[in-house]
Design a protein around this ligand. Structure first.
Ligand code: AMP
Length: 426
């Protein structure tokens, strides 16, 4: 199967061949012809499957074929959960639209809005955006979404997980009723199915990997050990394996910072990315990691979402996520576009229940291994007691520092729900 067989135009084929792709990936083979037919598509695909080209290429072809409107109103809207993913999708749109007369841009929060406003005022055909900034600029009357013919929700599961359900509904209400819709998601919870039902019209189902299973080429392994020995075990694996590019997941921002510092001390260059880092700092850390200047990128789930790190050989879960679907996302960073990879989870006794939940989701048992010197010696009760003690001490510390601060009369976090709490930690 070649790209030519999919019905793509010469201009797009030229851009694809310059990018160096020879054969379409399975999701591209399945999705591109259906999107070109004008169907709504519900696609199960995670990062690394080539999904971005899977929707960008047919979208460009359809927009380029249609009559160009003088004022260039937004005709295609791609929504993504994070700034990083928005930037990557936009990069792909630019690459593939090199030889077609299509204007595009990206807007996301965390950076100055003025350049975005200027570009939007000049008119673009394709807009890639995160929900918050999109609504913000739309509310200011900077542009209209009344001419949108094509809507893509990329990594829709993550958008819901990050609490964007309301924003998505607000955005849907701004679009014309007649349009083509595509929804991409790595996992399919009840909420995703509900969302899909709410706006997709007779969608064609396209699957890159079977529902809720991980890419076949990823070797998954569990190392059971004590909490206190996790860092040493990570250092041992990276040093003895001479691993040069490793992505490590932690559950919290503080955990990410602490681990990055310890790795640096052990002469393993590393950088941390999480919700507290500025956009500039995250972009820089990712660039350093991609170029090989740092060996390890330590990330929280939300910060790592959608990062395009091709051919990543090693992913380590320093802590397991308590949401099993996040495990699928994390290990989707390895074994990308046909390359093999290894996903290792370092698991302490208090996380054994997460292993069971993940195995249930995957429908398979994960291989377990113990390294001499790193056997489990803690028992669950001890660990839980210690956790409770630490939590209480942290709370006391926070209370104390609140008492020491002059009162400002308002608290930003009042009324935070579970989802927000999760976001604040990551
Ligand atoms: P995505 O799943 O869209 O994040 O793409 C994952 C990676 O695969 C990116 O680095 C793409 O540039 C790359 N890619 C996409 N399509 C192809 C293809 N047909 N052949 C080789 N690599 C591809």
């Amino acid at each position: 199967m070649s790209f030519k067989n999919l019905g793509l135009s010469d201009s797009l084929l030229k851009a694809i061949s310059e990018k160096g792709y020879e054969t379409p990936t399975p999701i591209q083979q399945k999705a591109i012809p259906r999107i070109l037919e004008g169907k709504d598509v519900l696609a199960s695909a995670q990062t690394g499957t080539g999904k971005t080209a899977g929707f960008t290429l047919p979208m460009l072809q359809k927009l380029a074929n249609a009559k160009q409107m003088h004022k260039r109103p937004v005709r295609a809207l791609v929504l993504t959960p994070t700034r990083e993913l928005a930037a990557q999708v936009y990069d792909d749109v630019k690459t593939y639209s090199k030889y077609v007369d299509i204007r595009s841009t990206v807007i996301f929060g965390g950076v100055n809005a003025n350049p975005q406003i200027r570009t939007m005022k000049q008119g673009v055909d394709i807009l890639v955006a995160t929900p918050g900034r999109l609504l913000d600029l739309h509310n200011q009357g900077i542009f209209s979404l009344k001419s949108v013919e094509f809507l893509v929700l990329d990594e829709a599961d993550r958008m819901l997980d990050m609490g964007f359900a309301r924003d998505i509904n607000k955005i849907l209400a701004l679009l014309p009723k007649r349009r083509q819709n595509l929804l991409f998601s790595a996992t399919f919870s009840k909420e995703i199915k509900k969302l899909a039902n709410s706006f997709l019209y007779q969608p064609v189902l396209v699957e890159a990997t079977p529902e809720n299973t991980t890419a076949e080429k990823v070797d998954q392994l569990i190392f059971k050990t004590d909490k206190a020995k996790k860092t040493d075990l990570v250092i041992k694996l990276i040093s003895e394996g001479n691993w040069q590019q490793v992505l490590i997941f932690t559950r919290t921002k503080h955990g990410a910072n602490r681990l990055a510092q310890k790795l640096d001390k052990a002469k393993i260059t590393s950088a941390a990315i999480h919700g507290n880092k500025s956009q500039g700092a995250r972009t820089k850390a990712l660039a350093n990691f991609k170029s090989g200047n740092v060996r390890v990128l330590v990330a929280t789930d939300i910060a790592a979402r959608g990062l395009d790190i091709p051919l990543l050989p090693h992913v380590i879960n320093y802590e397991l996520p308590n949401i099993p679907e996040d495990y699928v996302h994390r290990i989707g960073r390895t074994g990308r576009a046909g390359a093999s990879g290894e996903a290792i989870s370092i698991v302490s006794v208090d996380e054994f229940e997460y292993v069971r939940a993940i195995e249930k989701l995957l429908g398979e048992r994960l291989d377990q291994k113990t390294i001499p010197g790193f056997e489990v010696t803690e028992n669950l009760q001890e660990v839980l007691d210690k956790k409770a003690e630490n939590k209480a001490a942290n709370q006391r510390g926070r209370q104390q520092s609140r008492n020491n601060k002059p009162s400002r009369g308002s608290s930003k976090n009042k009324g935070g729900n579970r989802k927000n709490t999760r976001r604040n930690h990551q």
